[in-house]
Design a protein around this ligand. Structure first.
Ligand code: PMP
Length: 386
């Protein structure tokens, strides 16, 4: 007989070619599945088989908790991409960059001081900075909100710790530190500082820089991140944190990260970035063009950047659209979109107004196609109303 067609929830009809009217575009999470096709193309070279006796010990040779070959590979990768200076930097590994964000807050905070360090970020910012800092409720650090409120702070008795996210989650801007007083320290979160998402104008050269495998290769589930640190005392404190918290990153993800990064650097060392950038640029162009005629919705402007890696000016390719509902009746933008079958992330979670919603562009092609479909439908209805 004829094959039975099993359509996913957004398609119907005999050959699954018609969009279902009650399809939901779930573009809430920052799951980087857009890179899945790259790894399908490179399935054999990235595959791993680990014998049962392998890597059983707590430690690598020389009692280290981190793989030396992986550390070398990471340094080589940054040099090849030109997105960070690794000379004169120490490296700490973490269970994703998530573990390292709080390790860095701890490391930059005073010990047992009567005045806890004030932890701040520029709005809109990645919510985990606040959630984590509040959750760990230390005597040594406290989340204090918007960085710009402390720009002219003259109380030098307590330290300031500023999270600087470049490119920023949610809006894709290459943020810079806003605090420049001597007792302000910064944690530079470069999760998205790869050619998939932005031109690379220059190698990042800050004192504390955090990176993650999640948005580089897309292996968010491997839970592997690293920090490049200039100051030895800060490095020691971050190492202590990771050691006491989990005795270092599990050795198995270290092996997997090494295997994946080797594939990243194979051939010209450009394939994954060409694929990543082409995919994200294509999605951004389609979404921008669908919204260009809308008076109801707008998305952020992202200037084209010169990219030292591709040696050319690159069109915008951000990880997220930071969408704004322009009308008074849509000021609960998250709800307006949800009614139209789009699940984003409410702008209030990022410290912005409820007229903003973050839409993830990093999920699978199906997820993106559903989003685009629902957006086009909304914009077409706008025309009908005129
Ligand atoms: N920083 C930023 C800005 C992020 O967007 C994310 C993930 N969404 C992270 C850090 C944490 O990622 P991971 O723990 O997977 O490295």
């Amino acid at each position: 007989g004829s094959p039975v067609c099993e359509c996913n929830s957004c398609f119907e009809g005999p050959d699954c070619s018609q969009f279902s009217p009650d399809c939901i575009a779930d573009v809430d999470s920052g799951d980087p599945l857009f890179l899945e096709p790259f790894w399908m193309q490179n399935a054999a070279s990235s595959a791993m088989l680990v014998a049962g006796w392998h890597r059983m010990s707590y430690a690598f040779n020389k009692k280290s908790l981190i793989s030396q070959v992986l550390e070398n590979q990471i340094r080589k990768l940054h040099t090849a991409v030109g997105n960070a200076v690794t000379q004169g930097r120490f490296i700490v590994f973490g269970a994703g960059s998530t573990q390292l964000l709080n390790a860095a807050v701890y490391a930059l905070s005073p010990d047992n001081s009567s005045a806890p360090a004030k932890v701040v970020a520029s709005f809109p910012f990645y919510p985990v900075y606040q959630l984590q800092t509040d959750f760990f409720r230390s005597k040594d650090f406290q989340f204090q909100g918007d960085a710009s409120l402390w720009e002219n702070n003259s109380d030098s008795t307590s330290n300031l710790i500023e999270f600087v996210t470049a490119p920023n989650n949610p809006d894709g801007q290459l943020n810079k530190a806003v605090l420049h007083v001597p007792y302000a320290k910064a944690i530079h979160d470069h999760a998205y500082y790869w050619p998939h998402f932005t031109g690379i104008p220059a190698p990042a050269d800050e004192d504390v820089m955090v990176f993650t495998l999640s948005k580089l290769t897309g292996h968010a589930g491997t839970r592997f991140g690293w920090a490049l640190i200039k100051d030895e005392a800060v490095y020691q404190r971050m190492s202590t944190y990771v050691k006491l918290n989990s005795l270092g990153v599990s050795r198995d993800p270290q092996l997997r990260a090494y295997k994946l990064l080797k594939v990243v650097m194979e051939g010209s060392g450009r394939e994954i970035f060409e694929f990543g950038h082409a995919t994200m640029k294509n999605r951004w162009e389609k979404l921008s063009s669908a919204l260009s005629v809308s008076k109801r919705f707008s998305i952020q402007d992202i200037a084209p950047q010169y990219c030292t890696f591709f040696q050319t000016v690159r069109a915008a390719s951000p990880a997220y659209a930071w969408l704004r509902c322009e009308r008074e009746e849509d000021k609960e933008c998250y709800r307006a979109l949800k009614k139209a079958g789009i699940i984003g992330r409410d702008g209030t979670l990022f410290g912005a107004g409820s007229s903003y919603v973050r839409l993830s562009l990093m999920k699978t092609q199906d997820d993106f196609d559903m989003l685009l479909h629902q957006i086009k439908k909304l914009v077409a209805e706008e025309d009908d109303m005129h």
